[in-house]
Design a protein around this ligand. Structure first.
Ligand code: NAP
Length: 319
């Protein structure tokens, strides 16, 4: 033993670009597991981090990557894990409370595509949005990683998913995942289409990642007692809201950000997901849709593809 730290390959952010580096392997803190990463999910928040718009919380590695799948050093367990950062690397540390077993027969690449989306959708549609079986949920960005997961989860739990997406191919993908209606927002007015489809009643929950004028339009198509859940503002952070609409229909406006939540809250989410969602994943009712897999060294190409917005589902790095 030389006492020197073992090195690993990772992808770092330098001047808003992704560059391969060799850095010391991370060391697990108390309550954490060291995972030999086999695959890492790529998410839109990673792009924002690269652009300097979504810095890691204090004390967190600046290596990007919010989810991985791999093998736990020492035990050999196959897990996927939600991370606060550090996924684009050969090794990553995760609180054991945020590690979930990889369902039998599922590849590392598929498993790496699960945590960020499943945690986000569970927290926002099922917990904050108080989803009930039989309800109708509008999912904007239906072909995104989040959207493709949300459509399947709403369906698996006995709801009706309506999606919006920006092309006919993306709409077809949403329908094939189980959406009851997919609206191409570039050629159709989603408000009118959804009111027509629901005989004027509207939807119970909107999962919104667009913001801006979408919020006012979303409120128009929420049914009485409806819930509006914001997870991003791809178009615009500011919006104007017509207050009487909220009062008349007794609407709830809520939202959340996953990464900065305390470990205890993520652990509670993991427990609920293991109990309620994992059996449905194991039965194949919910399956990650992988658009493309890149080698870790080509993380920059993976980001370039995500930024074109042409993908349907998830992009994953193979380590
Ligand atoms: N709050 C949280 O905890 C949390 C956690 C994870 C992710 N998120 C957010 O959830 C969103 C989805 O994440 P993801 O990783 O699944 O990303 P993604 O696959 O890149 O999805 C973004 C989607 O938004 C659609 N979109 C609609 N309007 C858009 C616009 N004005 N600009 C760009 N895209 C637009 C895009 O497709 P079309 O326009 O073609 O339909 C695309 O499907 C991201 O905004 C991400 O930041 C939030």
């Amino acid at each position: 033993m030389t006492g020197k730290k073992q090195l690993m390959k990772a992808i770092a952010i330098k001047d808003e670009a992704l560059v391969p580096v060799e850095i010391p392997r991370p060391e697990p803190r108390e309550g954490e597991l060291l995972i030999r990463v086999r695959a890492a999910g790529v998410n839109r928040p990673d792009i924002l981090q690269r652009q300097g718009l979504y810095p890691p919380p204090p004390g967190v590695t600046d290596i990007p990557g919010l989810e991985v799948a791999g093998i736990v050093e020492g035990t050999g367990a196959r897990v996927c894990a939600l991370l606060t950062g550090g996924g684009y690397a050969e090794y990553a540390c995760a609180p054991s409370s945020q590690c979930l077993p990889i369902p039998e027969g599922m590849s590392f690449e598929e498993a790496a595509a699960l945590p960020e989306c499943v945690f986000t959708v569970w927290n926002n549609i099922f917990e904050l949005g108080k989803f009930q079986p039989g309800e109708t949920v509008l999912i904007h960005g239906g072909s995104s990683g989040i959207g493709t997961t949300a459509i399947q989860m709403v369906k698996a739990f006995g709801g009706r998913a309506i999606a919006t997406a920006g092309s006919e191919d993306k709409c077809a993908a949403c329908l094939s995942l189980g959406a009851v209606l997919a609206v191409n927002y570039k050629t159709q007015d989603f408000v009118q289409e959804i009111l027509d489809f629901t005989d004027g009643r509207g939807v119970d929950i909107v999962l919104d990642m667009v913001g801006g004028d979408y919020v006012r339009r979303n409120l128009e198509i929420l049914a009485e007692g409806g819930r509006h859940v914001s997870i991003a503002f791809l178009k615009e952070a500011k919006t104007e809201i017509v207050i009487p609409v909220i009062m008349k229909k007794r609407l709830t406006l809520t939202g959340s950000q996953l990464r900065s939540r305390p470990e205890s809250e993520k652990a509670a989410l993991a427990t609920a997901i293991l109990q309620h969602v994992w059996p449905r994943i194991e039965r194949g009712e919910i399956r990650p849709l992988i658009h493309q897999i890149y080698p870790l060294a080509e993380a920059a190409q993976a980001h370039a593809l995500l930024e074109t917005g042409q993908h349907i589902g998830k992009i994953v790095l193979k380590v």
